[in-house]
Design a protein. Structure first.
Lengths: 119, 147
């Protein structure tokens, strides 16, 4: 079943309008409606420009995806394509993710651990 | 939490959860899983243990300092494996080009650095979650002493 993106955007805008609605402020409400209409129009145009789900002409399906599918077994020896991508083809990217973990733990230790060693 | 039911269930469950986490880490190249998921499962077992037996008892199994060392060690192991590729005359984090043993696809001893990197990532994710839990659950009084 395909959900019409127009309906989704309309429902979201209705929710947003009831959230921002103020009783009495007619001009303010009209302004909010106008801004929400512009946002919704932009979203609908952006969605209508996107390729269909699973389309073979999608920009994301390029030579890189084909290389991953055909090259996983001969180039890495792994039978799990996901593991081959994150640990071999894009291992440098995974090193960046490890850096994110390191940064998180460093900030937690700097903010919470310093409190303990204060005295 | 001094509860007999919680203690018994956790004492029974923790080894199985840890075994499953280690399995996820080391079979990441053969089945769904890998370092991130397996490390999270291993860390969840330690956090479960700390929740039921208290942080002090869990600290005797894995101390906070050991966890922090493991955290740095996992990242350093990742970089060392990557530098090994340069040492063998290929790119940083090279696998086949550096001559790592690829083996037969589907066997456990296969796919070169993928297992090694999964191991490092698993240690790093597990120790990160454990360190986070230890630090976020720790309470200090107004003088900065542990309660």
């Amino acid at each position: 079943m395909e959900i019409n993106p127009l309906i989704v955007v309309a429902v979201l805008l209705l929710v947003a309008y009831t959230f921002f609605y103020t009783p009495g402020g007619q001009i303010r409400n009209l302004l909010i409606l106008f801004v929400l209409f512009i946002i919704g129009f932009t979203l609908v145009v952006a969605v209508s420009e996107m390729p269909l789900f699973g389309s073979i002409d999608a920009p994301a399906y390029n030579h890189v995806a084909r290389r991953y599918i055909t090259g996983t077994v001969p180039e890495t020896g792994s039978i799990n394509a996901v593991a081959a991508i994150i640990m071999d083809f894009r291992a440098f990217d995974t090193l960046g993710e490890a850096t994110v973990l390191f940064t998180a733990i460093a900030s937690v230790l700097a903010s919470l651990g310093a409190q303990r060693r204060k005295q | 939490m001094d509860d007999l039911v919680t203690h018994s269930v956790c004492r029974f469950m923790v080894p199985f959860v840890q075994l499953y986490g280690v399995y996820l880490i080391f079979y990441g190249h053969l089945s769904p899983g890998g370092g991130f998921a397996g490390g999270a499962v291993v860390a969840a077992s330690i956090i479960l243990y700390a929740l039921s037996f208290g942080r002090e008892t869990a600290s005797r199994r894995i101390a906070s300092g050991v966890s922090q060392l493991m955290e740095s060690g996992g990242g350093l192991w990742f970089i060392l494996v990557g530098l090994f590729g340069i040492l063998l005359g290929a790119n940083f984090l090279a696998n086949k080009a550096a001559g790592f043993y690829l083996g037969t696809p589907g066997q456990f001893f296969s796919s070169g650095i993928i297992v090694l990197l999964s191991f490092g990532i698993g240690i790093k994710v597990a120790s990160t979650m454990i360190t986070l839990y230890y630090n976020l659950s720790a309470e200090v009084d107004e003088h900065g002493n542990d309660i």
